[in-house]
Design a binder for this molecule. Structure first.
Ligand SMILES: Cc1cc2nc3c(=O)[nH]c(=O)nc-3n(C[C@H](O)[C@H](O)[C@H](O)COP(=O)(O)OP(=O)(O)OC[C@H]3O[C@@H](n4cnc5c(N)ncnc54)[C@H](O)[C@@H]3O)c2cc1C
Length: 431
């Protein structure tokens, strides 16, 4: 049975069907849920706190909208780490291929980049969002912006605040797609956490994912000369783990960028566990330590060490600066020790950068709190989707794919739940 609801103080528009649904949150997950529900003939009202929907989705399109990934599906599905098993049925039902088909259905072509990442042809999010919103409006979905959900009143009605003041909304079912806790200025501020916590849902704390990390402090010289400089063709590893090749950026406070993001979940866990984490940087992953030691042992005559490193190994700029920063003078006197440092330069990381700066959040509503329909076990009639669920993934299109897939799954779960209740007790059950 749906949660008992009071009659609305301000009701939603008169429904075409007897089933009235509120979707809260107009990011990719909420919009996808609204589409599935709208196409099923359900009367959908979508509320978003911001003046327009899809703001983070649009931001994701700024540097090139990487919407999914074309790698082998089993590999794709494994990218969700500990939560891969929970997400697998959702992804099976809406796979990366299905997502691409869906995008094509909006009149937007996609292409696979050299890394296997999938992009819309023009790399942008705005044309896709425009076409999508048009389709949503045509299917009868009502979008209400500047409408912030504040929780439930004592009768179970939704409390919604906007320029009109606070209203109460009665819905037969509610789908929450409120996002994580990063980039609060785009709407996903994590303010929903205490609202669900107060209703007895044990929320896993939101933590930064795909984020940069801080060091104890770079020297003024390194910071002034190299903050913002990219380290290209390097590899990084946590001790005992296989190194990963890529690139990252030295920042004023530490390190960030795609290679750091790829390791960020395990770095964060190591910091949570041990207080700090050390990553090993290989400045020349394409050369062996022995090759490097041989090159360094060649006579350098009156040349400075900086020139010698440049001549023999093409090691200069930010790479040489970091080597100097993190190695002592004695290491520079010994080709073997210097070669070892070049292959495994330890960078001690103290903490992630603040959650608000992260690409995504870990933590959120645990799958254990949800049934197979993605409905909160403790709040019948309330479904959850998107980044607010407790999963994380690296960048590469995995985030958006799981948001789309979980939005669909929660909407389909809601339709199944409704069918079950219709056949059990008859509908509608609200006031
Ligand atoms: C800089 C950046 C680049 C990114 N690039 C990529 C990429 O290339 N590929 C990729 O896969 N992912 C990328 N992501 C991640 C991706 O954008 C997010 O994972 C995705 O947008 C999450 O979707 P969502 O629908 O769960 O939540 P969101 O997109 O965060 O939407 C949540 C919505 O809920 C609304 N809301 C929140 N609280 C309330 C409330 N109380 N009442 C009413 N409305 C509320 C918000 O206003 C917001 O519109 C990027 C993220 C960032 C920050």
């Amino acid at each position: 049975m749906p949660a008992p609801l009071a009659c609305p103080v301000a009701a939603m528009p008169q429904p075409a069907s007897s089933f009235r649904v509120a979707v809260i949150g107009g990011g990719p997950a909420g919009l996808m849920a609204a589409e599935v529900l709208g196409q099923a003939g359900v009367n959908v009202d979508l509320y978003d706190a911001m003046p327009s929907v899809g703001r983070k989705f649009l931001l994701a399109g700024v540097g090139g909208m990487n919407i999914t990934h074309a790698e082998d599906y089993a590999d794709f599905a494994s990218r969700y780490g500990e939560r891969a098993g929970d997400l697998r049925p959702l992804l099976d039902a809406f796979s990366p291929d299905a997502l691409r088909e869906w995008i094509h259905g909006l009149g937007i072509d996609t292409f696979v980049g050299s890394s296997g990442r999938v992009f819309p042809t023009d790399m942008k999010a705005a044309p896709l969002l425009r076409a999508w919103l048009k389709r949503l409006r045509e299917s009868g979905v009502q979008l209400h912006t500047r409408q912030r959900w504040l929780g439930w009143d004592e009768h179970g009605a939704l409390r919604i605040a906007g320029p009109q003041g606070e209203i109460r909304v009665a819905a037969d079912a509610t789908l929450l797609a409120l996002g994580g806790g990063s980039w609060a200025r785009l709407g996903s501020d994590g303010a929903w956490v205490p609202l669900l916590h107060d209703r007895g849902i044990a929320i896993a704390p939101l933590q930064p994912a795909n984020c940069g990390f801080e060091v104890a402090g770079w020297s003024e010289h390194l910071r002034e000369k190299f903050a913002g400089a990219p380290l290209k063709t390097v590899s990084l590893a946590l001790p005992g783990e296989a190194p990963r090749k890529g690139e990252f950026v030295l920042t004023a406070t530490g390190i960030e960028g795609s290679l750091v993001y790829a390791l960020s979940a395990r770095i964060r866990e190591a910091i949570n566990r041990d207080g700090t984490a050390t990553v090993l940087l290989d400045l020349l992953p394409d050369r062996s330590q022995a090759q490097i030691a041989d090159a360094l042992a060649r006579p350098r005559g009156s040349q400075s060490m900086a020139k010698h490193l440049h001549r023999q190994l093409r090691l200069d700029g930010v790479k040489a600066g970091l080597l100097r920063e993190l190695s002592d003078a004695a290491t520079f006197q010994d080709p073997q020790a210097l070669a070892a440092a070049i292959k495994a330069l330890p960078i001690r990381l103290l903490r992630p950068r603040p959650l608000d700066e992260a690409i995504s959040s870990a933590g959120g509503v645990p799958f254990e709190a949800l049934d197979a329909n993605l409905m909160l076990r403790q709040l019948p009639g309330v479904f959850c989707a998107g980044e607010m669920l407790d999963w994380e993934a690296p960048t590469g299109g995995y985030l958006l794919t799981a948001c789309f897939a979980s939005g669909r799954a929660a909407a389909e779960g809601m339709l199944r739940w409704r069918r079950d209740h219709e056949s059990l007790a008859g509908w509608p059950a609200r006031c």
